[in-house]
Design a binder for this molecule. Structure first.
Ligand code: HEC
Length: 116
């Protein structure tokens, strides 16, 4: 009597399954590589020190991190003033009219078009 294949899947299906399993296993372990891990450069964690840094920390880092400021393109003083006024007028940042010039000076000097 001829021997019957008792397996539900054929040999080719088993081979294909094994190949797929090996591929999934390979990629699941190989995809997390050191170069995939993003680490923020340290200078984005705090504001640059200098005149006005304390005021800017007090007025600008209540709702979002410093990165919102430090990762912007280098804006002009006018553009920074627009940002400060928008934060105050649209988002309710606790900024008095007297703060505005000092904040804009600090931002333009440290994160402005001529800053490093
Ligand atoms: C009351 C909360 C609050 C304070 C305080 C605040 N911001 Fe914002 N800021 C926001 C919100 C909300 C957004 C928009 C977030 C978003 O779109 O994901 C934002 C976004 C920004 C952006 C991204 C660009 C843009 O215009 O949306 C910059 C730059 C920024 N803030 C700078 C500042 C500076 C500088 C100060 C201090 C003068 C400040 N923020 C204070 C709430 C605040």
């Amino acid at each position: 009597m001829k021997a019957q294949n008792q397996c539900f899947f054929g040999e080719q299906a088993l081979l294909a399954f094994a190949l797929i399993a090996a591929t999934v296993l390979f990629f699941s372990t190989a995809t997390v590589r050191a170069e995939d891990q993003f680490v923020l450069p340290p200078e984005t964690a705090t504001l640059k020190s200098g005149a006005g840094a304390d005021l800017t920390n007090a007025r600008c880092v209540l709702c979002h991190s410093v990165d919102y400021i430090s990762t912007q393109p280098r804006l002009s003083a006018t553009a920074w003033k627009n940002v400060v006024v928008k934060m105050q007028a649209k988002f309710g940042a606790p900024i008095t009219p007297a703060d505005i010039d000092a904040l804009v000076d600090y931002l333009a000097k440290n994160y402005g078009a001529s800053a490093n």
